[in-house]
Design a protein around this ligand. Structure first.
Ligand code: PNS
Length: 166
């Protein structure tokens, strides 16, 4: 059975992430979407909240499971018996960073390879950071986020803004 790991911050999970999840779930027997820590980011949602949102939007995909970890990705993959990391690749700007992470993960765990799925054109420009910025200006988010999580996301953005305006 081929098990792949799709790791990320998913703060929050976007329609671009969901597109990668669906395509990877078609390729592998089992796909584990894992919410992990990116040391360079300060997330808006807790790890558990992000797991819950991904579970909600992937509940119709039987071979997808959602998990979280605060450890190293290379170790996590080993524990799960997986030798494949799946990543989405958007415009050229993703490449440097993703290439570096793939090489480091392979160095730490030589059994581990990274496979890239290119983003579909409508998601090429999309990122969780962009969505967070747009939300502050009350833009329609239906092209960017799975509809099930839009109310929760907007609520969080509103709460943060109220706090900031005090
Ligand atoms: O969605 P992101 O923020 O681009 O995902 C990056 C993530 C979380 C996959 C990366 O930071 C990661 O692998 N974190 C786990 C800790 C780890 O293994 N760090 C070394 C990466 S080379």
């Amino acid at each position: 059975m081929k098990i792949a790991i799709y790791p990320g911050s998913f703060d929050p999970v976007t329609s671009g992430h969901l597109n990668i999840i669906r395509r990877a779930a078609n390729i592998f027997d089992r796909l584990i979407v894992c919410v992990m820590v990116n040391a360079g980011k300060n997330p808006m949602f807790s790890q558990q909240e992000r797991v819950d949102m991904i579970r909600r939007v992937t509940s119709d995909i039987p071979n997808v499971e959602v998990d979280s970890s605060i450890g190293l990705l290379a170790d996590y993959a080993r524990q799960k018996g997986s030798c494949v990391i799946v990543k989405g690749l958007r415009a050229g700007s993703d490449f440097e960073n993703e290439f570096q992470m793939a090489l480091i993960n392979h160095k730490i765990n030589p059994n581990l390879d990274t496979m890239f799925l290119t983003a579909e054109h409508q998601y090429m420009y999309l990122s969780s950071s962009t969505v967070k910025e747009l939300a502050a200006y009350d833009v329609d988010l239906s092209d960017f986020l799975p509809e099930q999580i839009i109310p929760e996301f907007k609520q969080r953005v509103a709460t943060i803004h109220q706090g900031g305006n005090r």
